[in-house]
Ligand binder design. Structure first.
Ligand code: SAM
Length: 247
């Protein structure tokens, strides 16, 4: 239920808490992700990973739907970021309960991490056969970590690609790099929006495909991908050292 796209107009906040309170809406979310998860499972290679942006109020539903669809839950990435969620006083009684907030102010976003089950006996065998099944390390001493300190998408990126939910390059570059453990394969963003994931893949010199149904966003992405990809050429030194394939 994001702001002002997919045919929705921006709703009064809180959007996610409304869904959370309504059993029918929760069922709709479950059914959507179950059906979608089945399709995703069909096209991923064995051991392929998927990151899905969520919200603390609904990530449990996403998780049970993805498990039912056949995925393994492999944890959750915490993206620290100040959100518009929570922190409000009781509606209509703000003065009476001025020292109270109904739910915590959201300071993080959960990104569910799911894996299509491996087809081989061990992860090593799966890596040899499918180049998938694990996550790429940042360096010999640093595995990919599930806490990523992030921030609002910088102004320069929002100006290049004025999409209502564009995610920052600094964050996406980390996810994209981790997704292909041997730096081989293709990254798919089925909800490509501004093209930010594809730009991050371009930065890492990895192959990627995006799908976007909105023509305006599609055209925006075509224009933005190379421009986002060339921002901050020295960002994340481990990508400089390991990410780039031989030209
Ligand atoms: C949350 S946004 C993605 C934002 C993106 N991660 C970024 O950083 O710009 C979701 C996008 O999915 C697109 N979308 C929604 N349903 C779709 C569908 N069925 N097929 C393809 N794209 C779809 C929307 O138009 C929207 O641009």
């Amino acid at each position: 239920m994001p702001p002002s796209f997919d045919g929705h107009t921006r709703q009064a906040l809180p959007r996610f808490s409304v869904i959370n309170d309504d059993p029918k809406e929760r069922e709709n979310v479950y059914t959507f992700f179950y059906n979608w998860g089945k399709e995703a499972l069909r096209i991923l290679v064995p051991g392929g990973h998927m990151f899905i942006a969520s919200t603390p109020l609904l990530s449990d539903i996403l998780s049970s739907a993805m498990r039912k669809a056949g995925f393994e839950r492999r944890g959750e990435i915490i993206r620290t970021v100040s959100t518009l969620r929570g922190g409000d006083r009781p509606k209509g009684s703000e003065t009476e309960f001025s020292d109270v907030s109904v739910i915590p102010k959201g300071m993080w976003e959960p990104w569910g991490l799911y894996r299509k089950p491996i087809s081989e006996k061990t992860v090593a065998e799966n890596l040899r056969k499918w180049h998938a099944g694990a996550l790429r390390r940042e360096s010999a001493d640093s595995p990919f970590c599930d806490l990523i300190v992030s921030q609002k998408t910088p102004k320069i990126e929002r100006e290049i690609a004025p999409h209502p939910s564009i995610k920052p390059q600094s964050f996406l570059r980390k996810l994209v790099f981790a997704s292909l453990p041997l730096g081989e394969g293709v990254i798919l963003d089925p909800f490509a929006g501004s093209g930010s994931t594809l730009a991050a893949a371009e930065f890492c010199n990895l192959d990627s495909i995006g799908v976007e149904k909105d023509r305006e966003f599609y055209l925006m992405a075509a224009n933005s991908i190379p421009r986002l990809a060339e921002l901050y050429p020295m960002q994340l030194s481990f990508i400089q050292q390991k990410g780039k394939k031989a030209e």
